[in-house]
Design a protein around this ligand. Structure first.
Ligand SMILES: Nc1ncnc2c1ncn2[C@@H]1O[C@H](COP(=O)(O)OP(=O)(O)OP(=O)(O)O)[C@@H](O)[C@H]1O
Length: 243
């Protein structure tokens, strides 16, 4: 489903954090948001998730306003947010129950296998590594059947190697599941490897500084993307926009 954010503004008390922000994500697209720390990116996700009321502007999902409506989008924070007393399978099913989603449940064993999480459905979160927990959290968001997934730096807390593996895993998963994703990252490399489009954002109050449509085909491997001459140029361009 398409997301359309138009002229959105928000303030904490009298402190304007988002100012007339407009952006879009088309169905099936992977769009990254990259911007300075503290610029208001997570706040934008809270607005998309219906937790806050904007000062002005509109947020539409599939042509319908979702302002102040919770449960319309999938959201995944930086830290894995699994319930420690529930097994992996129960954690994944919970998202659907909470949202009263009645559509056919995706095949859990197939999903876990795809996530390279074979034979963990009866384990508890503390029995898994941090990277595995994040994969379970992402599967829970996926399984809940949301039309849009908002991922807020999902790999930030992981070590470099796990992070690299998670990127590859996420990319493979998304290619085959045709998810629509809005992804916050601080890594220019990550954004260039995963995205169809990137919004480079300003410092607070948050606005779009530059929209970049990536010229890479989806089926290129990460190495093939890196080998494109435009990859380095775009990397330099985005880095200079961020300084
Ligand atoms: N509940 C709140 N009340 C008042 N100010 C807040 C509140 N939450 C966040 N802020 C302020 O709003 C600004 C934007 O915060 P936000 O977390 O949205 O930024 P961010 O871009 O996601 O940051 P980071 O990249 O570091 O995660 C920050 O200056 C923060 O201090």
């Amino acid at each position: 489903m398409d997301l359309e954010v138009s002229q959105l503004s928000f303030a904490y008390e009298h402190d304007r954090v988002i100012d007339q922000l407009s952006l879009s994500v088309h169905a099936g697209e992977f769009v990254s948001l990259i911007g300075p720390s503290g610029s208001g990116k997570s706040t934008l996700f809270y607005l998309l998730g219906g937790l806050y009321q904007p000062l002005e502007g509109e947020i539409q999902l599939g042509g319908q306003s979702i302002i102040n409506q919770t449960g319309k989008i999938g959201y995944m924070p930086q830290q894995p947010s699994l319930f420690p007393w529930l097994t992996v399978a129960e954690n994944i099913r919970l998202g659907r129950r909470l949202n009263r989603i009645s559509s056919k449940f995706p095949d859990l064993v197939r999903l876990l296998k795809k996530a390279r999480l074979d034979n963990v459905e009866h384990k508890y979160p503390h029995q898994l590594s941090g990277g595995m927990q994040q994969r379970v959290a992402l599967l829970r968001t996926l399984a809940a059947g949301y039309p849009l997934l908002c991922l807020d730096e999902p790999f930030a807390a992981l070590d470099a190697l796990t992070r690299q593996q998670m990127r590859a895993w996420l990319f493979e998963l998304l290619l085959t599941e045709h998810q629509t994703i809005l992804f916050i990252t601080h890594s220019v490399e990550e954004a260039l490897l995963l995205s169809d489009r990137i919004y480079v954002l300003t410092n607070r109050p948050l606005q779009v500084k530059k929209e970049i449509v990536l010229p890479f085909q989806r089926d290129l491997s990460f190495q093939q993307r890196r080998d494109q001459s435009t990859f380095i140029d775009l990397r330099r361009k985005i880095e200079s926009l961020l300084t």
